[in-house]
Design a binder for this molecule. Structure first.
Ligand SMILES: *Cc1c(COP(=O)(O)O)cnc(C)c1O
Length: 217
C-alpha cells in the first residue's frame, strides 16, 4: 500500500513540488518500503523519535523536523537534520545557530507562520518575522540559513478558508523576499494529506504528507 500511495501522489505532484513523507509514529520497516522506491525525504515531529530513526535507517535519508522544537532538544539533531520546518522565535534560532557552530555546519530553518484560525498552532506573524530578520542577533548568525517559510492551515472542510490561509502565507513569503532580498529564499512548505492539492494551487513547493502515504495514526 505504501508504495502504491507514494507512486500515486508522485503522479499528482508537478515536478517543482517536493514530497516530504511524514513518517511520525510509523516503524522503520514502513519507512524502508518508501525508501526502496526512491523516497529520501522524511518528516518527523518529535526529536526523540527522529534520533532513533536516524540511527536505525540509511544515512542518505534527508530528515525533516516538522513539529515544534524546544530549545533544549536542538543539540540532539544539530549534527544531521536536513531542514527544521517550524522555527518561530529568535531565541530558538539563536540556539540552533550555536549548535550549528558546534557541529561546524549551517542548519537550514524555515520560519513558521501562524495562518490558521486556531489558537493552538504555533507560528510568527509578519511583523514578528520582520523584527527577527532585522535584529542584530539574527544578522550576526553564521550557522543558520533561512531558505523559506512554513505554515499549517486550519483543520476544516471549508476549502475557501484553507485557500485564503495559504494565500496569506504566499503573500508573506513574497513580502519578505522583496523587502529583505534574501538569497536562496525559495521554499514554501505548506500542504498535508487533506489539503496538499489546494496548497500546490496556491503556490506550495514542498508538501508534507503522512496519512495519505502511511495510513492513519
Ligand atoms: C503530521 C503532520 C503532517 C502530516 O499530516 P497528514 O495529515 O498525516 O498528512 C504535516 N505537517 C505537520 C507539521 C505535521 O505535524
Amino acid at each position: 500500500m505504501i508504495r502504491a500511495n507514494i507512486l500515486k501522489i508522485r503522479e499528482e505532484l508537478p515536478p517543482h513540488v517536493k514530497l516530504i513523507a511524514v513518517s511520525k509514529t510509523k516503524p522503520a520497516e514502513q519507512i524502508m518500503e518508501a525508501y526502496e522506491i526512491g523516497q529520501r525525504a522524511f518528516g518527523e515531529n518529535k526529536v526523540q523519535e527522529l534520533v532513533i530513526k536516524y540511527e536505525q535507517l540509511p544515512k542518505d535519508i534527508e530528515w525533516h523536523l516538522i513539529g515544534h522544537l524546544q530549545s533544549n532538544k536542538v543539540k540532539y539533531i544539530a549534527a544531521f537534520v536536513h531542514l527544521i520546518h517550524a522555527v518561530d522565535s529568535l531565541k530558538l534560532l539563536e540556539v540552533i545557530n550555536k549548535e550549528g557552530a558546534k557541529n561546524n555546519r549551517v542548519i537550514n530553518c524555515l520560519l513558521q507562520f501562524h495562518i490558521a484560525n486556531e489558537e493552538t498552532k504555533f507560528g510568527l506573524d509578519l511583523d514578528e518575522a520582520k523584527a527577527l530578520l532585522k535584529s542584530d542577533s539574527y544578522q550576526s548568525m553564521q550557522n543558520i540559513a533561512i531558505p523559506g517559510v512554513m505554515g499549517m492551515a486550519s483543520f476544516t472542510d471549508n476549502e475557501q478558508q484553507v485557500r485564503a490561509e495559504f494565500r496569506m502565507l504566499k503573500s508573506i513569503y513574497e513580502e519578505l523576499h522583496s523587502e529583505f532580498s534574501m538569497q536562496n529564499f525559495n521554499i514554501l512548505s505548506f500542504g498535508m494529506s487533506g489539503d496538499y492539492k489546494i496548497a500546490i494551487e496556491e503556490g506550495s513547493n514542498m508538501v508534507r504528507v503522512g496519512s495519505s502515504i502511511f495510513g492513519g495514526r
